[in-house]
Write a new protein. Structure first.
Lengths: 269, 67
């Protein structure tokens, strides 16, 4: 029976199951990210040759491009969770969206920083107000605005809903960033990697870029999930499941308090 | 490919930009991980503390009921 083997998605919507899932997944995600990053840096610095025009400054690409991609991808994920949050009132979706935002902001900030340092020797300027750079800066402000709005209301539910709305509306900016190099004249180079076509760069450069991209993905997944786990605990630290998850087994046996922290009375805080 | 460590660090004259990029990225990623771990420990301690106080007040209530 096919249904017997299907993944019980709804099970992971329950906080204790999610908590356990994160504990199990995160070490593998960290490990994978570290291995891929070491491999990517090795290929990027010791196998890939210097660029015939840009020399060695192009090696910034191996972190600039993955960071920029992650910023956009995380934003879209965040907007998707925001839709789920607003449409179905799933609280875990708000936890996920809120947990992705800091990493998305970090990735976007790193993309801007590394882009600026790449632009200096390549274009002769750290910054221009062109379409790609400006829309990326707006993406950073959207992440920060989301976080500020989430924290602004005294009622977390209200703040979360307002922030989700901002996340959804702001999603318009992502395709603008992606296609900005096609739609407007810009200093920024065009799209050199697409799913359909062969990449317009040497294979060793491309493999370093891919390895680093997957490393960033796993890193973001690890940090995002861990932060969601912590956020869920912060929101419901008094719930029975949170105590059970942190302290171990629960007993209702009277007089069983002597054995210390593993004994918790079954009661709601 | 590189002519010793000095050549590697110089990056053909682009060292400051390359290492400025990789350096800040490393610092930010390590900072994010440390901050998150700090936050995790804090909430663990808070939940443990609350469970302990809840247990203590329960014992207190029980003793008072007996008196």
């Amino acid at each position: 029976m096919a249904t017997d083997r299907s993944i019980p998605w709804f099970k992971f919507l329950s906080p204790p199951a999610f908590h356990q899932l994160v504990d199990r997944l995160v070490p593998w995600l960290w490990g994978g990210a570290a291995v891929l990053a070491v491999a990517g840096l090795y290929v990027g610095f010791f196998v890939a040759p210097p660029d015939y025009q840009q020399g060695n400054s192009y090696r910034i690409m191996f972190i600039h491009v993955p960071a920029a991609w992650m910023g956009m991808l995380i934003y879209l994920l965040m907007a998707m969770y925001a839709i789920i949050h607003l449409a179905w009132r799933v609280r875990l979706a708000d936890v996920m969206a809120r947990s992705l935002a800091p990493t998305g902001a970090l990735m976007t900030a790193l993309a801007l920083w590394t882009g600026s340092l790449w632009g200096a020797p390549t274009w002769g300027t750290y910054w221009v107000w062109d379409a790609r750079l400006t829309s990326s800066l707006i993406l950073l402000f959207l992440f920060l605005g989301y976080l500020a709005l989430h924290a602004a209301a005294s009622d977390r539910e209200k703040g979360g809903r307002a922030a989700s709305l901002l996340a959804i509306v702001g999603a318009v900016n992502v395709p603008i960033i992606y296609f900005s190099v096609k739609w407007w004249n810009t200093l920024h180079q065009g799209i050199s990697v697409t799913v359909a076509d062969a990449p317009s760069m040497a294979p060793s450069m491309f493999s370093a870029l891919l390895l680093m991209t997957f490393a960033f993905w796993l890193y973001a997944a690890a940090v995002g999930l861990r932060r969601a786990q912590v956020e869920a605990l912060e929101r419901s630290g008094d719930a029975e499941w949170a105590r059970r998850a942190i302290l171990g087994r629960v007993t209702n046996e009277p007089g069983g308090t002597k054995t210390g922290d593993t004994m918790i009375r079954g009661r709601r805080g | 490919m590189w002519d010793g460590i000095g050549d590697f660090l110089a990056m053909g004259g682009h060292g400051p930009w390359v290492w400025g990029s990789y350096g800040l990225m490393a610092v930010m990623i390590v900072a994010e991980m440390l901050l998150l771990e700090h936050r995790r420990r804090k909430v663990y301690k808070l939940v443990q503390w609350r469970a302990r106080t809840a247990r203590a007040s329960e014992r207190f209530e029980k003793r008072r009921a007996r008196v």
